[in-house]
Design a protein around this ligand. Structure first.
Ligand code: ATP
Ligand code: MG
Length: 578
């Protein structure tokens, strides 16, 4: 049995087909480098997160790519490097969570864990070398003036009046910048390149700025900090990286990446290769925006199961295997595009279908009294745990006089094509018996259905009729007296719009938050066998979807389940089309 419909299949194929021509462009660059014995045939990549937030599914793509490629070659290596050049912003909490997430995804950096801040001294020396070579100068324009002097895409910039400072003066000023003599913004160190370059990145970019802010690793040792473009290429070079894989927005920074390495005549000159970042429908992925959702309380934290963070997906019940398969399937390309979130959902369904034991859980219980079943009798019914995998064995479920079925499995006045229970109609109880509805009991005041009365046919044990009589519907159920009451959380997309950034004037992305992204059901009922289920353990609730025990809020006294993903509900689709 496949859990995906043909439409989803088509979509998955379409996306693969789209990215197929370029799916291997990075691999083919590396293959030809090896053939030419470039870098002595070495392959060494890195994953360089900035520890200013939690990793998200987009990072998973970069992680799979960098660690994946390294693992494909003999002796291939991949470093984990924290790009912690921004003081103040980075936090230990983020560093630890990033390490945890990379390991959880199934990758291992071995003993190659690095921090850009470990290179501050070396980077400083490189900057001094540039000054001595007349390739960098201390500029004392204000930030505002620097912006004005930079020019625009259509107009060249103007040289800073400080561009002609002597090497001696620059060395003296730079040293004093380091010594803490000046306040933030008083001076910067800039590369001396070309203020008329059509590439704005090459118009004398800043390479050091003064910031009297302590750093979470170097404390108050430094009050000048290198800029990303300067620190990144040199960190790559210091670590002997061969292929520096990054996202497309750095394409225009590549000439600068190469400029620094060429001017400094470093031994190792990695090749920067850009690929398209992963964007998803119905979510935002920027760490800044995700942080806003956390800080302003729109979600319960970075690991809220609706978040696209790896922590959120993990808590929701996603497996690392599903995420890795997804990353492989989307491949890498040179054009930015948005991936339909249903593709990720497809991979988690496939994976969970194989690994999850089936159990019965009733999310919105409706009491059913089986009139002709003795009140004192309890029967243990055999049920296979996973029809996909006989190795998962079977279990026994109690059946008794009063059971619960799903409220939506009964209609007093069934519409056309509704094949479940209704007055006078017979259905199958999964694994158990055929039952027939003989009476509907309602609340006199509200008219709400309180309970049903049914009869069962003892000749249909196991859910099969000896006389070959057929029924149209099968319902799941639990025994009222034996089942456990649990809480279930149902999740939907965090945003109502496919592109949450599409907003009315004066609004921001938060105006597109989906008010129904979390529905909490407090009185659900599950099979008694789930008592003591471990946090994180995963199940398929028959017909209702895949669920996992919440790792934060669940306890032995009160189990809490998160719905990872629904099965496709064919009835909902039919009802919609009626
Ligand atoms: P954000 O824009 O959310 O702040 P970032 O790119 O600044 O993300 P980093 O911590 O700098 O986040 O990212 C580490 C690595 O992951 C970088 O190499 C970056 O290119 C890559 N990366 C980040 N987001 C994505 C994405 N959506 N798809 C693929 N790779 C990504
Ligand atoms: Mg970044």
């Amino acid at each position: 049995m496949k859990t995906i419909n043909s439409k989803e299949n088509e979509k998955a194929d379409l996306i693969t087909a789209d990215s197929a021509p370029s799916a291997n462009f990075i691999r083919s660059i590396i293959a030809s480098d090896i053939k030419e014995n470039k870098n002595d045939g070495r392959v060494h990549t890195r994953f360089p997160p900035e520890p200013n937030g939690y990793l998200h599914i987009g990072h998973a793509k970069a992680i799979s790519l960098n660690f994946g490629i390294a693992s494909e070659y003999e002796g291939g290596l991949c470093n984990l490097r924290f790009d912690d050049t921004n003081p103040g912003k980075e936090e230990v909490e983020y560093t630890e969570s990033i390490k945890f997430d990379v390991r959880w995804l199934g990758f291992d950096w071995g003993d190659r864990l690095f921090y850009a801040s470990d290179y501050f001294e070396t980077l400083y020396d490189y900057a001094v070398q540039l000054i001595k070579d007349g390739k960098a100068y201390v500029c004392s324009l204000s930030a505002e003036e620097i912006r004005e002097y930079r020019g625009t895409l259509t107009e060249p910039g103007k040289n800073s009046p400080y561009r002609t400072r002597s090497v001696e003066e620059n060395l003296d000023l730079f040293e004093r910048m380091r010594a803490g003599e000046f306040s933030d913004g008083a001076h910067v160190l800039r590369a001396k390149i070309d203020m008329a370059s059509p590439n704005l990145n090459m118009r004398d970019p800043t390479i050091y700025r003064i910031r009297h802010v302590p750093h979470h690793r170097t404390g108050s040792k430094w009050c000048i900090y290198p800029m990303y473009d300067f620190a990144h290429c040199l960190s790559d070079s210091i670590e002997g990286i061969t292929h520096s894989i990054c996202t497309l927005e750095f394409e225009n920074n590549r000439p600068l990446y190469d400029w620094f390495l060429n001017e400094l005549k470093v031994k190792c000159h990695p090749q920067q290769i850009e690929f398209a970042r992963l964007n998803f429908s119905y979510t935002v992925m920027s760490k800044r925006k995700l942080l806003k959702l956390v800080e302003e309380g729109y979600v319960s934290g970075w690991d809220d199961p609706r978040m696209p963070t790896l922590g959120g997906l993990r808590r929701r019940g996603y497996t690392p295997e599903a995420i890795r398969s997804f990353c492989e399937r989307i491949g890498v390309s040179k054009t930015n595009s948005t991936v339909d979130i249903s593709l990720l959902e497809h991979f988690i369904r496939e994976d969970l279908n194989k690994r999850s034991p089936r159990v019965m859980a009733v999310l919105r219980p409706l009491r059913v009294v089986i009139d002709n079943y003795p009140a004192s009798r309890v029967e243990e019914i055999d049920a296979v745990n996973n029809p996909e995998d006989p190795r998962m064995g079977s279990r026994r479920i109690p059946f008794s006089h009063v059971i619960y079925i799903e409220r939506e499995d009964f209609r007093e006045h069934p519409p056309k094509k509704f094949f479940r229970l209704s007055p006078g109609r017979e259905i199958r109880l999964k694994h158990a018996y055929y039952i027939k509805c003989v009476k509907v009991v309602k609340d006199e005041q509200t008219g709400e259905i309180i309970e049903l009365h049914c009869t069962y046919d003892p000749e249909t044990k196991g859910g099969w009729s000896a006389d070959g009589r057929r029924v149209m519907g099968t319902s799941h159920w639990v025994s009222a007296a034996h089942s456990l009451e649990v809480e279930v959380r149902l999740y939907d997309h965090l945003f109502i719009k496919e592109n949450p950034e599409e907003v009315e004037e004066g609004e921001d992305f938060k105006s597109n938050l989906n008010p129904d992204s979390l529905v909490t059901l407090k009185s659900c009922r599950v099979e008694p066998g789930l008592r003591g289920a471990e946090p994180g353990s995963r199940y398929q609730f028959l017909r209702m979807g895949y669920f996992c025990v919440d790792s934060v809020d669940s306890s032995d006294e009160r189990l809490v389940f998160n719905r990872t993903i629904s099965l496709r509900d064919s009835w909902a689709r039919i009802e919609k089309s009626l």
